[in-house]
Ligand binder design. Structure first.
Ligand code: FEO
Ligand code: CA
Ligand code: CA
Ligand code: CA
Length: 661
């Protein structure tokens, strides 16, 4: 079973087989228990979830699409603790909803309305079901359960007031009818990956927020002299763009019209043309204080944020964190604080004040990879003349860089990646691992050393082109705050029986083959790297999964070539994994994605989210359970009704041992 602790050299469980069953599968000797699902009450007096589309009061219930998640320990007396193992607060992202034709159909009776205008009663539920939840969980010694009426329970929704912090605070581009001085905004949206700061707070990335906004077909004309038209297009909101749920259509009230991102009043102070600019950030919360405000940390840039991976803090050195922008051809970023780490801040009197200290002032960098296995972090600020003098986009200040970050990264010719998702920092080597989940837009002509793979013929795959299965890039900074790095590719996702010279480059086997890595977290207790998939390409053979990895270090493989017709790309691949260094640990129910990972400090209880089981169900079948793609978790005995629900599970070893070892 190997040693425990971050020096672990061999995984200690029997890998689970690929599966299409509608259940959670974990290795022999392990148990998975469902503890916290969509709609579960968080406040005393809120009725049990009926799960038939009639439930209301979602601002007092668990939200939908559980995603990234972090553990905040409590001791027996309810004080913050990093060593107590049977009581804590889970901070959970509620990314989105299972939807079709505007409606989040599993939370509405008969599936809801699929035409505009959307009924206000349905939109009110959808506004409340997005955001974050903080929920107390505890173990009796035998079983874990969430507490339905803990004073630590809290919901944050798309309507919760937030304070704008960092360089964009007060910017003209954040002026709205709600906050004429651009110091406040409302809500957090499409929260995807997470992070835990060295000072003990929760951070959450706002990912696909732009899809929630409507833009009038004539909005470009209305904004003729507004440089934002270029930015709106770059961020995926062309004039005439419809919104994902039609929230803007539900009525004339402020909470609905704020989703209309068009300029129609005399000035930005009287409409919501800038509302979209108030999303796309990392938000910081204090999980231990239900009264603490939400802060948008604009210094970390505005893009489709996934997770925030903090390097191990070192006394007297800046705080460093790594972030991916999850869209096709987007970039990898790093933030370096101005303030130097004071170890006393590991347990500060005021956690959000520590966040102000380390996250409000600093420098954002974007990664430029070179073909020789090296790379460079390029500064994104007005100090970089390429940005200050850019003819591509007019940057007037560091606030503009913080708000229009993608354009700043374009201006310095950063490397376009195959959808950067979660990042993790290896507890011993300090090397950074970032999942590149897949990229259907990658072509043979645009392959490069760090995005070297495309398919032209994927038999049995639902997705036929681009980098279908994704890969995981590994980076080593020469110094924490420095510009130079080295990189290689830890592993390429692939089907085990695929061609080993063009597709299955990492020689994956039945024990560890996978597609579309997304979640990635290193266990502080064991050093195991947990990898989670969000896949649409291998789902004819297996549901999404979680694997455990002991990933070695940069440079442990070597250069290798990949051929695309006439073109040959040279890349750098890690040492070939074996079933004792990379193995499938869990397979989820049908239609789900596996995401979110945290554990108790002793590494003996692990929390994982099963996101959107049954996502492939048609809205027309909402009242016909026999046609649901999944009936999990009710088919596992959890809760009422048959509609599938996103949920948190806890995994323990039957002998009480440390997970994965
Ligand atoms: Fe929400 Fe990039 O996954
Ligand atoms: Ca994700
Ligand atoms: Ca994903
Ligand atoms: Ca998903």
């Amino acid at each position: 079973t190997g040693t425990t602790g971050p020096a672990l050299t061999s995984l200690g469980f029997k890998p689970v087989a690929k599966s299409l069953a509608d259940k959670v599968i974990v290795p022999e000797g392990y148990t998975a228990q469902i503890i916290y699902a969509l709609g579960d009450p968080l406040v005393a007096g809120v009725p049990a979830f009926k799960n038939d589309g009639t439930d209301t009061a979602f601002d007092q219930r668990a939200g939908d699409h559980h995603d990234g998640m972090e553990w905040f320990g409590l001791d027996a007396s309810g004080k913050p603790s990093n060593s107590f193992n049977s009581r804590g607060i889970l901070a959970v992202n509620h990314e989105a909803t299972t939807d079709e034709k505007l409606s989040s159909f599993f939370i509405h009776a008969n599936g809801g309305a699929s035409t505009l205008p959307r009924p206000a009663s349905e939109v009110d539920k959808e506004l409340a079901i997005h955001g974050l939840s903080f929920v107390e969980v505890q173990s009796s010694g035998k079983q874990w359960a969430y507490k339905a009426s803990s004073p630590f329970n809290r919901r944050v929704t798309s309507m919760t007031t937030a304070a704008i912090h960092g360089p964009a605070r007060g910017s003209e581009h954040l002026v709205t009818k709600f906050s004429n001085d651009a110091t406040q905004c409302r809500g957090t949206l499409n929260n995807c990956g997470t992070g835990k700061t060295p000072w003990g707070t929760f951070v959450s990335g706002e990912e696909n927020w732009y899809g929630y906004f409507f833009r009038d077909a004539k909005d470009d004309d209305a904004r003729k002299k507004d440089k934002q038209v270029q930015a709106l297009n770059r961020y995926g909101r062309k004039a005439g763009a419809a919104s994902r749920h039609g929230w803007e259509s539900a009525g004339p009230q402020d909470q609905y019209v704020r989703w209309n991102n068009s300029a129609h009043a005399a000035s930005a102070k009287a409409d919501y043309r800038n509302e979209m600019n108030t999303f796309g950030y990392v938000v910081e919360m204090d999980a231990y204080d239900t009264q603490a405000p939400m802060r948008k940390r604009t210094g970390l840039g505005r893009f489709a944020h996934e997770s925030v991976a903090f390097a191990k803090p070192q006394a007297g050195q800046p705080i460093v964190c790594y972030m991916g922008d999850d869209a096709r051809g987007e970039y990898i970023y790093k933030f370096v604080s101005d303030a130097k780490w004071d170890p006393k801040d590991a347990s500060p009197a005021n956690r959000l004040a520590a966040g102000d200290k380390y996250l409000d002032k600093g420098t954002l960098f974007v990664a430029r990879f070179k073909g020789d296995g090296s790379g460079e972090w390029v500064e994104l600020s007005m100090k970089n003349p390429v940005i200050a003098n850019s003819s591509y986009f007019e940057f007037k200040s560091d606030a503009d860089v913080a708000i229009f970050t993608r354009l700043a990264a374009d201006a310095v010719s950063a490397t376009k990646m195959d959808r950067p998702e979660w990042g993790g920092v290896h507890p011993i080597t300090g090397e950074v691992y970032i999942t590149l989940t897949n990229n259907s837009s990658r072509t043979a002509a645009t392959t490069d050393a760090v995005n070297p793979r495309v398919y032209t013929d994927m038999k049995g795959s639902t997705e036929q082109k681009g980098n279908v299965h994704g890969h995981i890039v590994r980076m080593a900074d020469a110094s924490p705050a420095g510009a130079a790095f080295k990189w290689d590719i830890y592993v390429f996702g692939a089907e085990a029986d695929a061609d080993k010279s063009t597709v299955n480059l990492s020689n994956l086997t039945d024990e560890n083959d996978m597609s579309a890595p997304d979640g990635l977290v290193f266990s502080p207790a064991t050093g195991i790297c947990w990898i989670q998939t969000d896949d649409g390409a291998y789902t004819d053979k297996t549901n999404c999964m979680m694997l455990a990895a002991i990933p070695g270090k940069l440079g442990d493989g070597g250069a290798r070539t990949v051929k695309h017709g006439d073109k040959t790309v040279t890349t750098y691949a890690g040492k070939t994994p074996t079933p004792t260094t990379l193995a499938r640990f869990l397979v989820g129910p049908r239609g789900c994605e596996i995401t979110g990972w945290c554990e108790t400090p002793d590494g003996r209880a692990m929390f994982v989210n099963i996101q959107h089981p049954g996502e492939g169900t048609a809205m027309a079948d909402v009242n016909d359970p026999a046609k649901y793609q999944s009936q999990w978790p009710t088919n596992a005995g959890y809760g009422a009704g048959k509609r599938p629900r996103s949920a948190t599970i806890v995994i323990t070893k039957n002998d009480g041992g440390v997970l994965g070892t």
